[in-house]
Every structure is written in structure tokens, then in C-alpha cells.
Design a protein around this ligand. Structure first.
Ligand SMILES: Cc1ncc(COP(=O)(O)O)c(C=O)c1O
Length: 406
């Protein structure tokens, strides 16, 4: 199998597994697709860096023209060190301490605040500044309950009915509200739910409520298929429905506003591949289990969100089809990439490719069980343009025990 015209098994030989391999041209394809969806709008994309903070990828996306959506002071620091300008960064953290507000505020980025408490505390520290407000769109949608961020019980965003309280806080600290934001959830298949969330958000944007608005931000959640059974989303009808609603808003607001999206998965999910190796085949009375050299410490989405990741047997693509549980080496029963998955016969030593591993995979990885993190390769123009190597066990252990005898 070739990725970006490079032989994947040769890369695997050289760099060892588990190995993350990113195809950057997929990111460019999706970025241009998104930009092309809204020729009528003054569109700006802020990449949700939480999906994948590989510095080469962040810089690549910024060079394509996107700004960055950040959720922690360290993410702001990282992207600023990578050369992203403050005016291209939005800060959408939740449950901030005053120290974090102070630290992030000094960087000059625009805060997107999702609670009246944080708005008030921000206003006390940085009065007379501009802010964006994150509202809860009062719609529950997303591919799993753990990544649905709207609805009455959500910790995210300000309830729409709290507009008056928000206005009073802004007036008290002379805050100018330049953006209104919502993020409904991740992997939203249901177009009508997304549009309902947009409508709910737009209902509070009036000159009386917020006279200084410059943009509306509809967050992330743009759907891309993970399984071969899922269809490409109908982005044509999505864009025209959004355009229709924005046209009405711009007419009633009396001014054309910029449109922001902050996609994570849409931009980077498909570019990622995790190559792992099978070392143990177990036959439990006909129930086949393929044990690998990776685990949910490297790719947690199946365990966290019951997420489907397509898996290919790289070494034996034409083998007889059999049904397997594909599991990791972590000392937990739930450490499972796939259950009851039909694949060409898997033999000990075979390499498996886990697809769509670019978003919320390496960025959620950990050293659980004191296992190393995989190396990462970025491919572009048939070359390896970046290599983040493995941190060895010895370095990891030295870091852990550095302070024990101090
Ligand atoms: C505030 C915010 N914006 C954007 C995103 C990106 O979402 P997605 O990766 O589904 O596009 C998230 C993801 O959780 C988010 O919380």
C-alpha cells in the first residue's frame, strides 16, 4: 500500500511501529472544500488544534490560510511560537481560573467565553476589550453522548435565555461583543440538528442585544465519513441552508457579518493512519483475538466513544476472510480497537492500518502502562517532510524519577 506515493511497509521498516503517518494533501483537500462551500460569505476557518497539535500540521494548516482555535494557555503558546499571529487565534477554553485568564489575556488573543462567571472575571481583569461569547445552542447532536456539547445539562456555553445577564456584565466592564459562537457537538450527521442550532443562535443576534457584532462562529462538528458504509455529507445543501439563514440575519442586523467555522475532524481526521503490528493470535474455541503492539493509550476513540475506525491488513490483503477482535497490549479488558471485525486472515507479524486516525488520536494519547508514544511522520509531495521520533523508555523513566532523590 502506498501513501503519498511512498511504500507504507518500507516506512514501517525504517521507523518501526506503532507509527502515525499523516498525508498532508488530505488536509489541503478538505480545507479547500470548506472554503469553496461558501463563496458568498466572508469566511474564516479556525482549525481546532485540540484535534491534532502536531506542530508541523498546525503550521501547514496556518499556511493554507486558517487561524487556530485553542482551548488552553499552552495551546496559545504553542501556536504563537509556531508563528501564528494573535489576531488569527481564538481562545475557547472552559472553566478557566483567574490565573489562566490573566496569562491568556496577555497574549492578545480573542477570548470566546462560555459562562457568565468567566465573562465577569475576565471583564474585571481586562475591561474595555473585545470578546466573543459562546452560547449553548439548546440542541443535542453529535456522534456520541460524550461529544455532544449542547442541551440543558451541558457544561458548555451560556444558555440562550441568559442574554440579559450577559449584557449587564458586558456593560459593567465595557466589553464589546464582536462574535457570537456555538459548538453543538462533534461528528454531526443530522443536518437539521445543525441548522436548528444555527437558527437558535442567530435568534439572539440583534442590534439591540449586541450592537458591535463582526462575526458569527458556528464551531466544528462538520461530518466526515469514518466507515465505508457512511456517505459523504451533502455539503451543497448544507451550505445553501446556512447561506439562506445568514442572508436573513444580515438583513435584519443591517450589516454583513463574517462567518467562522472551527473544524477539527473535518480537516485532519482522514489524513491520519496508525500502523500497528500483530504479535499474538489467540483462538478461544473459534473466537479469534489479534493482539497488537499498540492500544487505547495510542488511539482511544473506540474505547472513549465507541468509534468505528476502518482497519486494513497490510501484510495479507488477499487472505481468507475471518472474524477477529483486534485488541491492544494495555492491561485493561476494554483495550479494544474493533470487535467482531471481518478481515483477511491475520497472522502473527502482520501489519494493520487503522484509518482516519488524524483527529483526537495522537493528541489524546498517553503513557498509560508506561508505554511509549508512537513516532509521527508527515508526508507531502512523496516525501517525509517531518518526523517526530519516539521518546525512549529510558528518557521517560528518567523524567519520572528526576525529583525522587532531589
Ligand atoms: C469549541 C469547539 N470547537 C471546535 C471543535 C472541533 O470539533 P470537530 O472536531 O468535531 O470539528 C470542538 C471539539 O470538541 C470544540 O469543542
Amino acid at each position: 500500500m502506498y501513501l503519498n506515493k511512498l511504500d507504507l511497509l518500507a516506512l514501517t521498516d525504517e521507523h518501526k511501529t506503532p507509527l502515525y503517518v499523516y498525508e498532508l494533501d488530505r488536509i489541503q483537500y478538505r480545507y479547500e472544500q470548506l472554503i469553496g462551500m461558501f463563496p458568498e460569505q466572508d469566511l474564516k476557518v479556525h482549525y481546532a488544534i485540540k484535534a491534532n497539535f502536531n506542530p508541523y500540521i498546525v503550521q501547514y494548516i496556518n499556511k493554507l490560510g486558517a487561524g487556530i482555535d485553542t482551548v488552553s494557555p499552552a495551546e496559545i503558546k504553542l501556536v504563537q511560537k509556531l508563528g501564528v499571529k494573535s489576531e488569527d487565534i481564538i481562545f475557547t477554553a472552559n472553566n478557566l481560573t483567574n490565573e489562566e485568564i490573566q496569562e491568556a489575556g496577555q497574549t492578545g488573543v480573542l477570548f470566546n467565553l462560555g459562562s457568565t462567571s468567566e465573562l465577569d472575571r475576565y471583564g474585571k481583569i481586562f475591561p474595555n476589550t473585545k470578546v466573543c461569547l459562546r452560547f449553548n445552542p439548546d440542541v443535542i447532536a453529535g456522534s456520541h453522548t460524550k461529544i455532544q456539547t449542547g442541551g440543558p445539562l451541558s457544561k458548555f456555553g451560556i444558555l440562550l435565555e441568559h442574554v440579559e445577564e450577559v449584557k449587564a456584565i458586558c456593560e459593567k466592564h465595557n466589553l464589546s461583543v464582536v462574535g457570537i459562537h456555538k459548538h453543538t457537538g462533534s461528528g454531526i450527521k443530522d443536518q437539521s440538528a445543525y441548522l436548528q442550532a444555527v437558527e437558535n443562535l442567530l435568534s439572539i443576534i440583534t442590534p439591540e442585544n449586541f450592537p458591535d457584532i463582526e462575526f458569527t462562529d458556528f464551531g466544528g462538528g462538520l461530518f466526515i465519513p469514518y466507515s465505508p458504509d457512511e456517505q459523504e455529507y451533502d455539503y451543497g445543501s448544507f451550505a445553501s441552508a446556512i447561506n439562506e439563514r445568514l442572508e436573513a440575519l444580515h438583513a435584519s442586523y443591517g450589516k454583513k457579518l463574517k462567518l467562522y467555522f472551527e473544524p477539527g475532524k473535518f480537516l485532519v481526521a482522514e489524513c491520519g493512519n496508525l500502523v500497528i503490528q500483530v504479535n499474538t493470535i489467540k483462538d478461544n474455541n473459534g473466537h479469534l483475538i489479534a493482539g497488537t503492539n499498540s492500544g487505547f493509550n495510542h488511539l482511544a476513540r473506540p474505547v472513549m466513544y465507541d468509534a468505528y475506525h476502518h482497519i486494513t491488513n497490510l501484510s495479507n490483503p488477499d487472505g481468507e476472510l475471518k472474524t477477529y477482535d483486534i485488541v491492544g497490549n494495555i492491561c485493561e479488558t476494554g483495550d479494544n480497537f474493533a470487535s467482531g471485525r471481518e478481515l483477511p486472515e491475520i497472522r502473527e507479524g502482520d501489519y494493520l492500518l487503522i484509518h482516519n486516525a488524524g483527529a483526537y488520536c495522537f493528541s489524546m494519547a498517553s503513557n498509560y502502562n508506561l508505554r511509549k508514544l508512537p513516532a509521527e511522520l508527515c508526508l507531502l509531495d512523496s516525501q517525509v517532510v517531518n518526523h517526530s521520533p519516539v521518546v525512549s523508555d529510558d528518557v521517560l523513566i528518567d523524567r519520572l524519577i528526576a525529583n525522587v532523590n532531589a
